[in-house]
Design a protein around this ligand. Structure first.
Ligand code: HAM
Length: 446
C-alpha cells in the first residue's frame, strides 16, 4: 500500500470540520481587526528564507525542503509565512501605499524536515498575521493580545510568555557576552553549537541537543544587555498589554529560532501541566530589520503565527468541543422513479435557497433511508410520495420532534425556514444571541 510521507497526515471527517471552523473563526476575527488576506507561493527562491530566517538557524540549516527546479533555480518549500509576505510587501511596493501600516493575514501549509512527534509535523498548517509600517508599541500589544484572544474565544486557558531581544546595539552586546561566557565551556557544546558560537551565538540558546546542560541554564540573560531605549520600549509594551488584560509573564529564555527578530518576542502556551501539551501553539515578534534585509526600505514589522495542527490537539486534550455543523437541515426521501426525479430538482432548489440538504443515492428502501437520515443527523425530512405530488403537496417530518405534516409545495421554503429556526434555538442559557449565531458570545462567556 502507498502511504503518506512521514510527518504528514490526512485531514478528514470531524477533525476536518474542526479545522475549518477554527480557520473561519480566525479569518473573521482578522476582518474585525482590519487585516487583509494575502496568499503567497508555497515555494520561493531559497534566498528568501536563507536571508530572512538565517543560515545559522536550525530551520534553514537542517529543516528546509530544498529542490532545484527544471530551470536550475534553487527553490525552497516555505518553512514559515513571514519571509514570503515580506518579500511580497517589497515586490508589490506595498510600502508606497498611503494607508500604512499594512495589516495582512495568511494561512497555509508550511514544510519543515523535523523529527515528527505529537504536535510536530513535517507538513504543518499555520495561520499568521503581519503588520508592516509601524513601530508603535501599541501594535506590539495588539499583536500579542490578538493571539491571546483567539485562544480565549476558543475556550483554551493560555499564558503568553514575552521577552525582548532589544535593538541591534543591545543584541551585539549580548552576543559578545554569550561568546565570552560559552568560550571556556566550548568542549561541552555539541558540534553545531561550536559553529553557532562563531556565526550567531544567540542560536546556541535554542539548541535542541544542549538545552538541558547547566551551562545553558546559567547563561547571561538578554535583559541585562538591553540598552535604556530597549528597556523602556519593553516596559511600554507591558503597559499596553496590561491595559488589554493579557495573561502574560516575562520569560528571559525566549529567543525564538528565527534570526529576523528584534525587540518584542513572544510565545503562547496552554496553561496546563499536561505533558502532551508542552509546546507553543503560537509564536511571533517584531522584525524591524527584515524588510531591509530582503532589499526593501527600512520598515518596521511585527506578527505571529499559530500552528493549527497544535491548536486542534490542544482543544481535544482540553476536552473542548467546537460548535461545528452537527447535521443536515433537510433529507429528501423517495421510492419511485418519478419521486426520484422530483427529489433531484427539489434538493437543488433547497440548496440554492440556503438549506444544507441531501438525498438518497444508493437505492435504499424507505426504512433504510430513515436510518440514513438519522446517521446524517437531518433535522427535517421531506418524504416524497406520488399521490401527494399529484396534488402539489409534500409530506414533511421534523426528525427531532417526529411531528409530521403535509403541506402545499408552494410553501416548502417558508415552512422549512420556520421549522429550522425553532429547532436551532440556542438553549445555552448564557448568551444573548437570537438563537443562531452564537459562536463568539458563548465561548466568550466561558
Ligand atoms: P514559529 O514559532 O516557527 O514562528 O511557528 C509558529 C507556530 O507554528 C508555532 O508556535 C507552532 O504552533 C507552529 N509550528 C511550528 N513548527 C511546527 C511543527 N513542526 N509542527 C506543527 N506546528 C508547528 C514562525 O513561523 C514565524 N513566522 C511567526 C511570526 C510571524 N513571527 C512574526 N510573524
Amino acid at each position: 500500500m502507498i502511504t503518506k510521507a512521514k510527518g504528514c497526515y490526512d485531514l478528514y471527517g470531524k477533525e476536518a470540520q474542526r479545522f475549518l471552523y477554527i480557520n473561519n473563526l480566525l479569518a473573521s476575527l482578522c476582518e474585525k481587526y482590519n487585516y487583509q488576506y494575502i496568499r503567497t507561493p508555497l515555494f520561493e527562491s531559497s534566498e528568501v528564507f536563507h536571508r530572512a530566517v538565517g543560515e545559522s538557524s536550525d530551520l534553514v540549516s537542517k529543516e528546509t525542503y530544498d529542490f532545484v527546479d527544471r530551470g536550475d533555480r534553487k527553490m525552497t518549500l516555505r518553512p514559515e509565512g513571514t519571509a514570503g509576505v515580506v518579500r511580497s510587501y517589497i515586490e508589490n511596493k506595498m510600502y508606497g501605499d498611503s494607508n500604512q501600516p499594512v495589516k495582512l493575514y495568511y494561512n497555509g501549509t508550511m514544510y519543515r524536515y523535523e523529527r515528527p512527534q505529537a504536535g510536530r509535523n513535517r507538513e504543518l498548517t499555520q495561520f499568521g498575521v503581519e503588520v508592516l509600517g509601524s513601530d508603535d508599541v501599541m501594535v506590539d500589544a495588539e499583536i500579542i493580545s490578538f493571539a491571546y484572544n483567539i485562544f480565549r474565544i476558543l475556550g483554551l486557558n493560555v499564558k503568553v510568555k514575552i521577552n525582548s531581544l532589544g535593538d541591534k546595539e543591545s543584541r551585539d552586546n549580548y552576543r559578545s557576552a554569550l561568546v565570552d561566557y560559552f568560550k571556556p565551556h566550548i568542549n561541552f557544546l555539541c558540534d553545531d553549537c561550536k559553529m553557532r558560537l562563531e556565526k550567531n551565538p544567540l542560536r546556541v540558546l535554542d539548541c535542541k541537543v544542549d538545552h538541558e546542560l547547566d551551562i545553558m541554564k546559567n547563561a547571561p540573560r538578554m535583559y541585562d544587555y538591553l540598552n535604556e531605549d530597549s528597556k523602556k520600549r519593553f516596559e511600554d509594551v507591558q503597559k499596553f498589554l496590561s491595559l488589554l488584560d493579557v495573561n502574560y509573564e516575562i520569560d528571559y529564555t525566549i529567543v525564538r529560532g528565527l534570526d529576523y527578530y528584534s525587540h518584542t518576542v513572544f510565545e503562547v502556551e496552554v496553561d496546563t501541566d499536561n505533558k502532551d501539551l508542552q509546546f507553543a501553539i503560537a509564536g511571533g515578534g517584531r522584525y524591524n530589520g527584515l524588510v531591509e534585509m530582503l532589499g526593501g526600505p527600512q520598515t518596521s514589522g511585527i506578527g505571529f503565527a499559530t500552528g493549527l495542527d497544535r491548536v486542534l490537539i490542544a482543544l481535544e486534550k482540553s476536552g473542548i468541543e467546537l460548535p461545528v455543523s452537527d447535521g443536515l437541515d433537510v433529507f429528501v426521501m423517495y421510492v419511485s422513479e418519478t419521486e426520484k426525479q422530483f427529489a433531484t430538482t427539489l434538493v437543488q432548489e433547497l440548496r440554492m435557497n440556503g438549506f444544507s440538504c441531501d438525498t438518497e443515492y444508493t437505492g435504499r428502501n424507505l426504512k433504510s433511508q430513515f436510518k440514513q437520515a438519522d446517521r446524517l443527523n437531518a433535522k427535517m425530512l421531506v418524504i416524497l410520495n406520488d399521490e401527494d405530488l399529484k396534488n402539489n403537496m409534500l409530506k414533511v417530518k421534523n426528525n427531532h420532534t417526529k411531528e409530521e405534516e403535509t403541506i402545499d409545495l408552494d410553501y416548502i421554503l417558508y415552512y422549512l425556514d420556520e421549522a429550522l429556526l425553532e429547532d436551532d434555538e440556542c438553549d445555552c442559557g448564557e448568551c444573548h444571541c437570537d438563537g443562531e449565531h452564537h459562536e463568539f458570545s458563548c465561548h466568550n462567556e466561558e
